[in-house]
Design a protein around this ligand. Sequence first.
Ligand code: EPU
Length: 419
Amino acid sequence: MDKILVHGGRPLSGSIKISGSKNSALPILAATLLTKETCTIRNVPDLSDVHYMLTILSELGAEVERASGTVIVKAEKIKTEAPYEIVRKMRASVCVLGPLLGREKEATVSLPGGCVIGDRPIDLHLKGFEALGAANRVQSGNVKVFASQLTGSVVNLRGKFGSTVLGTDNVMMAAVLAEGTTVIESAAAEPEVVDLANFLNAMGAKVEGAGTRRIIIEGVKELHGAEHSVIPDRIEAGTFLVAGAIAGEELTLNRVNPDHLRALIDALRTAGYEISENGESMKIKGRHAPKFLELTTEPYPGFPTDMQAQMCALLCKTAGLSVITETIFPQRFMHVSELKRMGADINLEGASAVINGRESLSGAPVMASDLRASAALVLAGLQADGITEVNRVYHIDRGYEQIDEKLNGAGAHIERVKA
Ligand code: EPU
């Protein structure tokens, strides 16, 4: 297994180009299953999760071509059962359920289990499919959804922890080919949901209201091929913004949409960082000790759970007591024990991390447990004395395109040691 060695204390400057969004690309690639015609998706990041999704599409019978950031999919004839061996590697595989159900009126995938960030049920996805007239059956670890016909109706997708992103995506993808009108109440409003809706509309769907809590979908008979360019990855951008706060003399991010990062920009400005915006480019001046913060993760446009671990890493070296409360995945704190091995002073109180800022952190061997936790460890390494050895880097390669090369291009010293 590869590991990453982060040599701490190097200043960052220059610019970093942000890749296409992982969490947009995955459901958009799944949506290509909704038509027999050719779809061309641009700005697709080169990540292992994307690779898994393309393998699932091929296994389902689609022709898939990939050349640098462009993926061409033609799903003329498709099967409706996604192979367990690949599905089990990535929870987001569940988003082939909606398009398969929409097009073929049935779909089977293996039921995703829990993961290190907590329980990951799909009850809300199934509730949405049921509202469209589909039944479901769980057998031998698989979930099968099936219907003789899909009919639009009103469904509220609010769960215990708020809206569901992939649940909203899945129901939207099934409803575009349903008979009549579907209304999704308490829909997720994340930019990735809007990106998917824009792609569906480019395919001939009639989706309105994406980006608000109510999405209205008027079913159509069939969809056609379309071209689409995936939005910039706001979480990758956010991670580099925090890197800039930690170590940036002056770090510029290019090909970013600052409107998708308002909650994070606001938090960093409150902490005392200077951030300027210029169209699709942002600049941060960092390296000075920030002020402590109190943050609570919330569905978009609130502070994103996918930035919680990275903010923990930043606040470890902030004078004063910071508190980060996680309301979306209350157990998503696997990074805390690893940060403590680097000298951080963090106490977990229920779903809150109480961080007592220290003057220094020291490099240590640490274990990546999930995607954003691994990014947090790399960020902690940038501000630690000595070398931080991040093990199990495959987690980071799931969602960051060449994070080591991008940071090295801006002055960091990160080595990847091949196993
Ligand atoms: N939930 C339910 N029932 C459901 C679905 C979700 O109770 O049927 C709960 C979840 O357990 C969680 C909350 O609702 O407590 C929100 O989960 P959501 O469904 O929104 O998560 P997701 O769609 O599975 C996506 C991203 C995650 C991101 C979350 C929240 C993708 C591929 N994944 O997951 O991204 O954390 O939304 O914003 O889009 C990551 O990129 O590192 C990542 C984990």
